[in-house]
Write a protein that binds this ligand. Structure first.
Ligand SMILES: [Zn+2]
Length: 297
């Protein structure tokens, strides 16, 4: 999912990474395979109050507002509406525009405190709630409300943000997040787009894609993009990395194996391409590796 951010009120950047993963997960769980885009504006209570009054006639601030582009028939959601999605195809974005979301940052922080959970969960929840609206869900009738809640919970579970602290991210979700990250690859020279999703021991997921350069030598692989994002956000322990490409198995290159070995010699590597999945422990991909322990000895 392409999130087009408009940030009027700043928020912890770590929340933005998490919201990206939650958005990718929402499409995967809904079964939408076509690339989609959503514009997300983060603002304060005054700004959302004005929009709420002008567009909905409700004279107060709120947590999230959603403006879908697709009008779904009764009981139909995005997963069953490929034709309708295709009508919203945007050539410039190379994706279907699902609509606009407006989130009040002060509401995210206040509600997290009020409900006694993390700002991470609240931000992910409100984004997922808004995206569900853009995918055709609503909560007016009791039946629809149950269906929407179930979908929200499914998405939040998949991204490791459920109420249940024990919930962990499945291989299937991690692979889906790697496949979504691949859509953001910048690989005009090789045409070989790669995405990665790195699962940290604390449950966070960091996504990465390969980023090429006209000088060729300055290209960075998807795995290292994800690793460097994670380390710069304070994560140091990693359990699994999923890597996705299209036509051949994207086993990590030598440089990435070495960087993975620095932080996570025991990490599990899962690759997917063209419907196939394979996996191996890093120790098998980099036997007798040179790492921090070598210097200590
Ligand atoms: Zn590499």
């Amino acid at each position: 999912m392409i999130l087009l951010w408009e940030i009027d009120t700043p928020i912890d950047p770590a929340l933005l990474s998490l919201m990206q993963a939650a958005a990718d997960c929402a499409l995967h769980m809904e079964g939408v395979t076509r690339p989609c885009a959503v514009s997300v504006r983060l603002c304060d209570d005054d700004a959302i109050h004005v929009i709420n009054r002008e567009h909905r006639g409700v004279d107060r601030a709120t947590d999230v507002l959603s403006f879908p582009t697709v009008s779904y028939p009764e009981g139909v959601t995005a997963g069953q509406a490929d034709k309708l999605l295709r009508m919203e195809w945007d050539d410039e974005l190379d994706a279907c525009m699902l609509g606009d979301l407006i989130l009040s940052v002060p509401h995210v922080l206040a509600q997290a405190e009020e409900y006694g959970h993390s700002p991470q969960r609240e931000a992910a929840y409100l984004l997922v709630h808004g995206i569900c609206h853009l995918m055709g869900y609503d909560h007016i009738e009791e039946n629809d409300k149950r269906r929407m809640r179930a979908m929200e919970e499914k998405i939040l579970n998949a991204v490791g943000m459920s109420r249940d602290e024990q919930a962990s991210i499945s291989d299937e979700t991690l692979l889906a997040l790697a496949i979504s990250a691949r859509e953001r690859s910048y690989s005009p020279y090789s045409g070989y787009a790669v995405g990665a999703a790195l699962l940290c021991a604390d449950g966070r997921v960091f996504q990465g894609c390969n980023i090429e350069n006209a000088s060729f030598g300055l290209t960075n692989c998807a795995e290292r993009t994800a690793m460097f994002k994670a380390i710069s956000e304070g994560a140091t322990e990693f359990t699994t990395i999923a890597i996705a490409a299209e036509k051949s198995a994207p086993w990590p290159c030598g440089a990435c194996r070495q960087v993975l070995n620095e932080f996570a010699p025991d990490i599990r590597v899962i690759v997917t391409w063209d419907g196939h999945v394979d996996q191996a422990p890093l120790a098998q991909l980099l036997p007798h590796g040179f790492g921090p322990k070598s210097l200590a000895e």
